[in-house]
Design a protein around this ligand. Structure first.
Ligand code: ZN
Length: 244
């Protein structure tokens, strides 16, 4: 729910029924003999905001009854309507606690956990990535620095996030993972896939994943020339494998 109490199409990590659903899902995945469970971009509903600016977002999430109860227990006051520094801290703690539980349950089921953090600065995303990297039962930490069409600084952008992930991975003894954009790529800009992979590789990343299969040809987010996207990705993967 958002701060006005309106229902949103996104689950709240503090909701018991959602947590229980996910614990069941983990058991089902383990029954299918999966190796790694991938926890993709854990976040609350994201509303536009500038974290360092004075202007506060008008709407924020989550303000469901579970969040209200938990906040009251932790801060001994009702969950405010405004997004205060306490609310920001509460949201961060809620996400971290949920990811910790995800990784623990996954490890208990005998599987590895990979978490992908959104490269977006917002009170609804994870701000301090080291809190995730420090989770003992986490195996792989990554991010998805997806560039925009016609973005000029793809190399610098992917380098910055690859470096951040590699540093955390090394510091906490995890494997670093970088996701490569393979959707909504304009025709003629497939070369950015090589630029991004080379940038990540230079920073020491060896675990790459691309979203999505075949340039996302089967989705409304498809690349303009999905075949060229797929061929470029395959070729760069081959070239990088030849190097290691
Ligand atoms: Zn909630």
């Amino acid at each position: 729910m958002n701060s006005l109490g309106e229902s949103l199409p996104i689950a709240c990590p503090n909701q018991k029924p959602f947590q229980e659903f996910v614990w069941r899902w983990i058991k089902a995945a383990a029954g299918l003999k999966a190796d790694v469970l991938f926890w993709d971009e854990p976040h609350f509903m994201i509303y536009p905001e500038q974290p360092e600016a004075d202007a506060l977002p008008k709407l924020w999430a989550c303000r469901c009854p579970a969040c209200e109860d938990l906040f009251k227990k932790q801060y001994n006051q009702p969950l405010p309507m405004e997004i205060t520094s306490e609310v920001r801290a509460f949201k961060q703690d809620s996400l971290i606690r949920f990811i910790q539980a995800l990784c623990q349950e996954t490890a208990k089921a005998g599987l590895k956990s990979a978490v992908c953090l959104l490269p977006v600065e917002n009170s609804s995303t994870i701000k301090d990535w080291s809190r995730v990297a420090a989770i003992p039962s986490l195996n792989i930490i990554g991010t998805d620095p997806y560039w925009r069409p016609h973005q000029r600084d793809v190399e610098a952008y992917v380098t910055r996030y690859s470096r951040r992930i590699k540093e955390l991975a090394d510091r906490f003894g995890k494997e670093g993972q970088i996701w490569i954009l393979n959707f909504r790529i304009p025709k003629g800009e497939e070369g950015n896939i090589r630029t991004a992979l080379e940038a990540g590789y230079r920073e020491g990343i060896r675990n790459f994943a691309a979203w999505s299969y075949y340039g996302a040809a089967y989705m409304n987010l498809k690349s303009e020339d999905p075949e060229a996207v797929w061929k470029t990705l395959s070729q760069v993967y081959k070239d990088l494998q030849g190097r290691s």
